[in-house]
Design a protein. Structure first.
Lengths: 309, 310
């Protein structure tokens, strides 16, 4: 297989690599360099100013606010989404009525539930955000009119217009749109756990809760962990940008008094609204560090002995 | 299960009057024994599952209902059924609100970038999976490293890279960017896939005198079809639903793709007060993807979850 091998390798790698280097790798490297300059993005001239942008960032109140919100997203969203999805997946796959001879049984119609739960996953997050923006509308939205209909007409929150509620509303949308994916993911994982384990546990008289915590969860741990990281990266990145930018009020999204601003949106605003490209990349670098730290922490906390089965 | 059933059938050959009755009694006893816990849990789990299913479906149904209503009805009675099916909302959204343009743009961009992603991704993945050369590991990690980096960080310089190359606000520029940002996952997934394929077939083709290129296109790519379908569906949905990249890199009105076009529509229709048209646009954008998902349900789920499991 040696004949013409290197020519072939170069020929096949050249185009993908060039594209990747030019549009992905090079901008990443540049952005780290730009964070050390005073480039506005509007004019080609700029100077090297060392770490001035970073000192400015540490004194920027809006930065701290967006960091706080992004961290909340990264901690709370995986907890709720992954936790709730685990619960639903367990109900789907093990919660069914025990049939004669079978140690565990899925509920009837579990295939149907999985199809329905997955719906939000195939929709664009932009469409989901728009839809919920209307659902949250305090005067004519779907949610407040449901409250009215069930006799809770006195409770008509402003939802996205309320600085205290807006962030929770945004998070609820992200939960709504991601739970189904994890249910399907965990269901696939649960299906690969050998049935004998459940049968053995049943013979020993284990309840279903014991079964879940002693058998299902440990054997599913790798999947749960990668789901956790995946959700955290989503919550720190593009998904939270789209949801916050589209749903919340304010000149460019970000909610009343920056109550929902998140790091990716702040990067966007600084670069493309305020003409402070260099400062925007500084915040972007902070976001990168937060993302990497998040992944590292989850890996570290989640490390367990790998179970072979 | 089978083993417990066998004795009675075996015994049935020997006529024994008490035998059938005793097994029947044992069965009913077993059923009532775990029936208590099972029933409560069963009712509970069904309840939770149904509630969540309703919560997923209701907003979608609400959007469909709203898209057929008059603007007045949308505000006065958000949950009532439309008094008549106003298809004019849909035609207004399709033509006047430029939904047709957004659809066309999206199809062009996603079509181009999907083909490009699969072709370039499989080429790179094949070489990385099957050939030993200095720097192989480095390139592999360079590619897959892109998966965990926040895209927004690169977007600021990328905007100016595109501007200087006259690619900003062009469709081919957007296609190239889509391909570049889809490569990390595609290469990661397909490299793993090519490693699982047997080497003997490629060797046989090579001995028969096929060149490396020909072996790849005529032998390896057809063998990699299941992997290409999975990663193709994954990329199709990701690119079809993409919002961040076009929002930054493609701001020309007549070039807009669906998701950003809808957001733009929400802003402009908000001024005009044409909410029904906007909802028609929303539903219009949702339906094809949902329909495709229901038809290709199994493949879509396999394609989307494949990445996270490995």
């Amino acid at each position: 297989m040696q004949h013409g091998k290197y020519r072939f390798i170069v020929g096949f790698l050249a185009v993908p690599l060039a594209l990747y280097a030019l549009f992905v790798v090079w901008p990443f490297i540049q952005s780290i360099y730009y964070s050390l300059t005073n480039w506005s993005g509007l004019s080609p001239e700029f100077e090297f100013i060392g770490f001035d942008n970073y000192t400015r960032m540490f004194q920027d109140e809006v930065f701290w606010k967006s960091l706080q919100h992004s961290l909340t997203f990264a901690v709370v969203l995986p907890l709720i989404s992954v936790g709730f999805a685990l619960f639903l997946a367990f109900m789907l796959n093990v919660g069914g009525r025990r049939r004669k001879g079978a140690a565990i049984a899925g509920v009837r119609g579990s295939a149907f539930y999985k199809i329905v739960y997955f719906f939000p996953q195939v929709l664009s997050i932009a469409i989901v955000a728009l839809l919920f923006q209307f659902a949250y509308n305090p005067n004519s939205g779907a949610i407040n009119s449901v409250l009215k209909a069930v006799g809770l007409g006195s409770i008509q929150p402003q939802w996205l217009g309320d600085p205290n509620l807006a962030l929770i509303c945004v998070m609820a949308v992200l939960v709504w749109s991601t739970v189904g994916f994890f249910v399907v993911l965990f269901s696939a994982g649960m299906a690969s756990i050998p049935r004998d384990f459940y049968e053995a546990a049943l013979l020993d008289g284990a309840s279903r809760f014991t079964t879940f915590f002693r058998i299902t969860l440990p054997l599913l741990w790798d999947t749960v962990q990668s789901g956790w990281i995946y959700m955290g990266i989503l919550a720190l990145g593009a998904e939270s940008f789209a949801v916050v930018q589209i749903m919340t009020v304010g000149p460019n999204g970000g909610g009343p008094d920056y109550s929902t601003i998140v790091l990716p949106l702040y990067v966007y605003q600084k670069a493309f609204r305020d003409g402070q490209a260099a400062y925007a990349t500084t915040i972007g670098v902070a976001l990168l560090l937060v993302t990497l730290a998040f992944a590292a922490v989850v890996m570290k906390l989640g490390r367990r002995e790998r179970l072979e089965f | 299960m089978k083993t417990t059933d066998t004795p009675p059938t075996g015994n049935a050959l020997i006529p024994g009057p008490r035998e059938p009755r005793s097994t029947g009694a044992a069965k009913t006893a077993a059923r009532t024994e775990n029936g208590g816990e099972g029933k409560v849990l069963n009712v509970f789990s069904h309840g939770v599952l149904i509630i969540w299913a309703i919560m997923v479906v209701m907003p979608l149904l609400w959007a469909v209902m709203t898209s057929f209503k008059s603007d007045k009805a949308i505000f006065t009675s958000p949950w009532s059924l439309p008094d008549s099916l106003r298809f004019e909302n849909w035609s207004r959204a399709w033509s006047q609100a430029h939904m047709s343009d957004y659809f066309l743009n999206t199809i062009l961009v996603v079509g181009g970038s999907l083909v490009g992603t699969l072709l370039l991704g499989s080429m790179a993945a094949y070489v990385l999976a099957r050939f030993e050369f200095p720097g192989n590991r480095f390139l592999y990690f360079l590619f897959i490293g892109g998966m965990s980096f926040p895209v927004i960080l690169a977007l600021v310089p990328l905007f100016y890279v595109m501007q200087s190359m006259a690619l900003l606000n062009t469709m081919h520029g957007l296609i190239l960017v889509y391909i570049a940002y889809s490569l990390p996952f595609t290469v990661f997934f397909l490299t793993a896939f090519f490693r699982t394929l047997p080497t003997s077939v490629a060797e046989a083709a090579f001995i028969d005198g096929a060149s490396h290129t020909r072996t790849f296109f005529q032998v390896m790519l057809p063998m990699a079809r299941p992997g290409l379908i999975s990663v193709g569906i994954f990329n199709f949905l990701g690119q079809w639903n993409q919002y961040l990249l076009p929002t930054v890199l493609n701001t020309e009105q007549d070039q807009k793709v669906l998701s950003q076009g809808l957001v733009q529509l929400a802003v402009s229709q908000g001024y005009k007060g044409d909410w029904s048209g906007l909802f028609a646009g929303l539903v219009m954008a949702m339906l094809p993807v949902l329909a495709a998902y229901i038809i290709f349900q199994r493949q879509v789920v396999a394609g989307l979850t494949a990445g996270a499991v490995k």
